[in-house]
Write a protein that binds this ligand. Structure first.
Ligand code: HPA
Length: 256
């Protein structure tokens, strides 16, 4: 991969990846510069609506922050190794703390759509790992940093924002789940379901980064409400909820 010099020298140690419809977070921040994924040789670029593909470097309280607006997914046909090229790039330029965001369906009756859930753990049902191909027996017992989780809970309290915590199940998609699959996910202990984040978290931990994950709960999972699921609805709820989260992230990132 050929990494542009301005990214190599941006000086950021914290990065955030923005998922479906959550890109609005960066609109209000001043951009030092941005680079389209497509302009970086060896980095896959997405074709999914709601997933603009670019890196933006901004500053929060004088500290550089790398924002990845959009990601690629296994369901687009990319491999688990392809979808973590962004993480390898981040590691190469010195990123040490990674915040992953996604849109997800909620399976937990107490976590209503429009609210946010911080990931305490995940269940990988993708049938794939970015670490496949070598003896990469990496410990995953605290994949989502307890230190960061405490910090974000504090920030949420200060912002009076409800921040749930729970287990994210990653399904391969691209179709949404069936009601029977959702009942299975509830039975195995998942609180939310989505189609991303897990390969990136695994790769980031394997590279020694400190990771936090956030799900914007955009809808009741299949079978839990009479409404049918649509990507447009998911994006619309994500856009509305992104504003509150921006406040929390901006408050907390400065302290991490
Ligand atoms: N299932 C899977 N992925 C999702 C969902 C869902 O209900 N909502 C947003 N992303």
């Amino acid at each position: 991969m050929r990494i542009p010099k301005e990214l190599q020298e941006c000086g950021a140690e914290t990065a955030i990846i923005l998922g479906s419809g959550l890109g609005g977070f960066v609109e209000s921040l001043p951009h030092d510069f941005s680079v389209e994924y497509g302009a970086i040789e060896g980095l896959p670029a997405s074709g999914v609506p709601g997933h603009a593909g670019r890196f933006i470097v901004t500053k929060l309280a004088g500290c550089p922050l790398l924002v990845a607006q959009g990601r690629v997914h296994l369901y687009e046909g990319w491999s688990a190794q392809d979808v973590v090229k962004n993480i390898q790039l981040m590691h190469a330029i010195g990123i040490k703390k990674l915040l992953l965001t996604n849109a997800a369906g909620t399976l937990n009756k107490s976590f209503v759509p429009g609210s946010w859930m911080m990931l305490s753990d995940h269940i990988n049902l993708l049938g794939a790992s970015p670490l496949r191909g070598g003896p990469n027996f990496i410990d995953m017992s605290e994949i989502y940093s307890l230190r960061l989780r405490r910090l974000f809970h504090e920030a949420a309290k200060d912002s009076r924002l409800t921040l749930h915590e729970g287990v994210y199940a990653a399904m391969p998609g691209p179709q949404f789940e069936t009601p029977a699959e959702i009942r299975m996910l509830q039975a195995i202990g998942a609180d939310a379901v989505g189609m991303s984040t897990v390969p990136e978290a695994i790769q980031a931990r394997a590279l020694g980064m400190e990771v936090a994950g956030f799900s914007c709960l955009t809808n009741w999972a299949a079978g839990l409400s009479p409404t049918l699921l649509s990507h447009e609805d998911v994006n619309a709820v994500g856009r509305r909820a992104a504003g509150q989260m921006a406040e929390l992230l901006i408050r907390a990132i400065v302290g991490i």
